[in-house]
Design a protein around this ligand. Sequence first.
Ligand code: ZN
Length: 201
Amino acid sequence: MAHPRYIKSGIRIYRHRSGKGANRIRFLAWKDSVEFIRRLWTHMDFGACLMKNWNEPCPICEDAKRKVSKGKKYRALVKQGILLGKNPRMLAQIIDRNEEETGVQLWDVAGSEVEKALINLSVHKDTGLIVPWTDPDYGCDLIYDYDSAQENPEPSNLRRSWQSKLNIELYDGAMDFDEDIINKMSYEKLAAIYAEFSQQE
Ligand SMILES: [Zn+2]
């Protein structure tokens, strides 16, 4: 799997393991933040959308508009990543509890279903208390299944572990989302990457 262009090179990306309960991760809060999930709108492999993420002119959105006005079908454009679909990416930095020595990795999944499942898991049903996912002493891990043989495999059957301690030193690698993770391209750079694709078409 190629490194996605919307993530800075050098950031280690978590690879889902196939199997029931094969994935067990601990979310870390972003640096200087209490949040641990961030959304990112992407034009698939081209890069992050400048319009939807940062409210700046985006060359791909501009071309999508042109194509729509010429009668191109929405669905085809979404499939190619030219029009944004319904789901942003969801990004989190995590520790792989099955391989902690690897250190902080980036968890990058398609949003919506996973997000809903996570929200459901974030409240204790019996007490109504919010689950402190990222707490080193009282936090929980996320456990899920994955099946790489599926066409569009995504984490499934998400569940919460019991509270467990995480070695506090592992938190030292916590990164800043905007500065350390996201590869925000200039208008020109994104346009150039997109133009290369358009020529192949
Ligand atoms: Zn865009």
